[in-house]
Design a protein around this ligand. Sequence first.
Ligand code: FAD
Length: 289
Amino acid sequence: MKIRDILKDNSPHVSFEVFPPKTDAGYEGVRAATEKIAALRPSFISVTYGAGGGTSRNTVRIASQIKNDLGVTSLAHLTCVSSTKDEVHGVIGQLKEQGIENILALRGDIPADGEFPLPNHYRYACELVEDIKSQGDFCIGAACYPEGHVEAAHKKDDIMNLKHKVDCGVDFLTTQMFFDNNILYNFLYRIREKGITVPVLPGIMPVTSAKQMKRICDLSGTVLPERFRAILDRFGEDPDAMKQAGIVYATDQIIDLIANGLNHIHIYSMNKPEVAEAIIGNLSTIIKA
Ligand code: FAD
């Protein structure tokens, strides 16, 4: 099913995200985790994409398993900055062959040691959106950044670039993680004012380890509110307590978002079925499977 059709339903729903193994040896573990997450009957499961090698092949494999074996709608991420246009077209062809209808069109991070853009490579995600559109009847998602993308000097420029990307043919947006819902509400106000009207799926990360949190914030520039810092200070050294607190914090964010009319929440569940199960358990009367 196309995600743009799923999003027409206004009752509260969640989707989850998994990431493929770096090597084929890790495939079985990810497959088993995905099976447990699919059993929770989310509205869809997204599969992240790493440039080149086994990771990209496994994205197609896992997205196909989710759709064709587990009967859950899948969303395959696809990045373009580190691949030639022919390589990207090859992956789009494989997705089509597997009947995968939904692609999250991403640029990917610019390689630290490389020339950018390389000849016959993409520069921005908007070019990939146009290309996917020309290759078939896909539902296309894209990324957005409530706190601004790290490369953008000003949020207003980032929002203008986002408007252009959406106008190229994006059906829905998924946000980078955030830990203060007011940041999202402010962002939504600003993008709606600029005429970006497609559905926006808030991306919520249940933080289950203090170390993971530090790495994520260094990479994405995500701001941590005082309330969350206090949790890290108090429970960061106690893995079980940190996991429980992270799940409760994410649940609290989700309830606030749903209460404010955002009915579809995307959860960065990171191949952890127990985390996905705990959140679904906390929302058992709010989310109808
Ligand atoms: P773009 O939309 O191209 O934006 C990148 C930068 O360029 C921004 O600063 C933007 O303002 C600017 N820009 C865009 N268009 C123009 C233009 N026309 N002119 C001038 N400037 C412009 N990475 C992975 O490797 N694999 C994944 O699976 C993955 N999944 C993700 C899922 C989500 C929901 C999110 C939020 C991010 C994900 N990422 C993933 C990370 C993403 O690849 C990086 O954040 C990357 O740096 C930007 O990708 P983008 O598609 O947002 O790029």
